[in-house]
Every structure is written in C-alpha cells, then in structure tokens.
Design a protein around this ligand. Sequence first.
Ligand code: 5AD
Ligand code: SF4
Length: 443
Amino acid sequence: MNVYDSEQMERLLATMNYRPTSHQEKADLIIINTCSIRDKAEHKVYSHLGRLARLKLKKPNLVIGVGGCVAQQEGDRLLKRAPHVDIVFGTFSISRLPSLIRRVTHEKKQAVDVEPTGTVEPSHIKPTNFQEARATAFVTVMRGCDNFCTYCVVPYLRGRELSRRPERILEEIRHLVAKGVREVTLLGQNVNSYGLKNGHGLDFPALLEAVNDIEGLSRLRFTTSHPKDLSDKLIRAFGRLDKLAPHMHLPVQSGSDRILKRMNRGYTTGNYLARIEKLRKAQPNIAITSDIIVGFPGEGKTDFEETLNLVESVGFDNLYIFKYSNRKNTPAFRFSDKVQEAVKGERFARLLELQSKITLEKNRGLVGTVQEVLIEGLSKKGYDQVTGHTPCNKTVNLSDGGVCVGQLVPVSIAEAFSHSLLGAPSECCGKLPGEKGGILHAA
Ligand code: 5AD
Ligand code: SF4
C-alpha cells in the first residue's frame, strides 16, 4: 500500500515538473513515505532523517517531507525531533502534497497536515511514464480498516474502511495495461468487505470479475483477505476466473484459539482450517501464505506449540513472521503479560526454521516441472539473469535468453532454494508468446 501511495506522490510531483533521480545529492525534494506497523520501521525513519540532516546542511534549499503512518501519528512532534524536516503529511493528505510543497518553497514555512479528512479516490489515476519497463503494479481498491485487532495501529492511522469506485479502479488498470503492465495486485486491508459499506454496486468478487475482463491483462492478484470474512463467493472465484492467480495470502496470526481471541481476530483455528480446505477444493494448486506474530502478550509455551502445529498441518507455501511489537494507543499496549524479547527471538527462530524446511520441500517438488513465469526485470544477481514469478507467486530466476519484461515464459525448473527457483526457458526464445512489453534484452 505504501508503494502505491508513493506512486501517487510521484504522479502528483510530475504535475509540478519534479522528476525522479537516483542520486540523493542531486535532489531538490526528498520525501520519505513511512510505516509504523512495527517499531523497527519507525526507528528507520529517524535514522534516515539523521542522515538527511547532514545533506541539508550542505544544501539548505533542499525540501524534506515525511508522509505516511509515522507522520500521521507524530504530527508536530516530528518537527520537534527533526527540525530540518519541512513537510509532515499524513495518510489522508497525499492529494494536498502540491500545496504543502508550495507553502514551503514560496512562503518558506514548515507545513504540517495530518487532518484525517480526504477522499478515498486518488487524484491521478494515470501513471507517469515509467523510467523502466514494468510488468506488475499495485492498485489500492480500499483504504482503512474496521477490524481493530488489538495489536494493530492501522485503524487508528488509516481510519475507517472506504472503498474506491469500481469504474475509477478499472480505468486506472486500463491505463497501466496500456503502459505495458501485465499483472495487477488489488490492495486493501480486508478486500472481502470491498464495496459493502459505501456500496458502489459491486462486491469484491464482482470487481475481480470486471478486472478479469480487461483486455491485455494477463494476471490478477489481491491482498489481503481477512479469514473471518473470506466468503464462499470469493473462494469460488479461484475456480472461475482465468486470470486470477492461484495464490491466497490469508494471515492467521496465531495457532492458539486463546491468543486469537485476545487479538480480537474473530475466528478460531477450526474456522481457519475449514476455509483452507474449501480453498484447496476450489483450486487444488492454490499456494497459501500467511502472517504470524510470535510473542503476543500472554503467549505461553503451549500457545506457541499450537502455532507450530498449525503451521505444520497447513503446509504454507511461505510465511511472514513478526515478533510482537508494542504499539502506542492499541489495546494490547496495556496488556500486562508481555513476553520477554529473548523468548520472542527464540520463537521467531524456531518458527522460521520450521517454515524454511516446509518452503524448501514445496519448492523442491517443482523441480522438473514447467512453470509459466511473468518476466519482471533483471535479477538481483546481475545482467545475465532475469527474474519473475509463477502464478503461485514463487520467484524464478532464469538465464536471459532474450526475453522481454511483461512476457509470459514457460520455464523449466532446474533447482530449488528456500527463497527462489532457478530455471531456463523451456522452448527456444523465438517460439515464446510475443507479448508487447519493454525490451529488456534485444532478441
Ligand atoms: N507487532 C507485530 N506484527 C504486527 N503486525 C501488525 N501489527 C503488528 C504488531 N504490533 C503484522 C501482522 C499483519 C502484518 C501486516 O503485520 O501479522 O498481518
Ligand atoms: Fe490491522 Fe487487523 Fe485491520 Fe489487518 S485486519 S489492518 S491486522 S486491524
């Protein structure tokens, strides 16, 4: 969601003739878009701002802005702690960024806007020209959250759930496809309640169906669905929509019913497992990933053992594991039975070890198969390798045999690691489907 918000900022800045630069020292304006879901993310903001203070000493006209959740939470306090910052703008204020910048550049005043008001519709749905060819994009379809899990700051910093209008979402995706994007991921904190509150006529499965019909789009993903609201209609979409990738990210958070209750998650492990079974019936190849918090207040040895058991029995394709982070203003902040850092660390390591084994085993099962990979760009390793994802969202690196960004390439999988797969195009490049995309390497 922050990536999408940053792109919104880029679109707005383009209207003011700002252009991106990859050299920080050359910038006239630097904006840090921040996250405060865990304290580590928040600390990073301040250490980054510390480095920018030195840059500003050398370049006094540099404008520094801080946006996102840390800005929303801190407001004026952020200016006290980092007086070299010029603009603090919260999660509701992105569309007002141009006028905030003008206030700084014309009136030479610091500007703070953390008003929790604004429209859910982004003001610019047309992407700016991509600097490099792009195959994938995020599109936020709803903002905010009404769930109030006891550990989470999102409802306080991003407000109540609001859905965007379907016609604007579809128009935005058409613009992206026209620029070469082949896969979109629809974003919301709980996509299952899309359109239910400020009804625009379509619920989430119906929105997926409309996106599925967009010509030129090859793949469709979404995140995140809350297990308590995962409807049969959404599950059925996996069997019906040809572009909907067989991957579901379904955060379980804990394998202990007692802890789930304290987290205010609204389901039991029994409900969760029943949803997984239904998903696998509707789409037998579906990859399932999840989020788990270890060391939530009151989590005892038995609770954690139950989490290990659940992870083992589901067999997730991948897991994002977090150590519980105490967030101000959340109900769990006041829970007295906090788990010691060392215990959290131990549990984190044990769960990670278990999941790495499961992931590696699953990845090894793909060796020898042919997977359809959407080429996204050069791999981290260097210029002779490109990277992309399978429909189940596994990262695949392959030798650059003259393939293009945005091309769907059948890849034969040769080796499996715990974070990626290695393969080679399974047909000669000349025979690959010649979809239009940015040329990564001239064939
Ligand atoms: N501490 C640790 N992890 C958290 N998450 C949300 N809030 C916290 C917190 N206070 C995790 C949840 C969520 C993911 C996006 O971040 O697992 O699903
Ligand atoms: Fe946070 Fe829970 Fe909402 Fe997810 S569903 S954003 S964890 S409050």
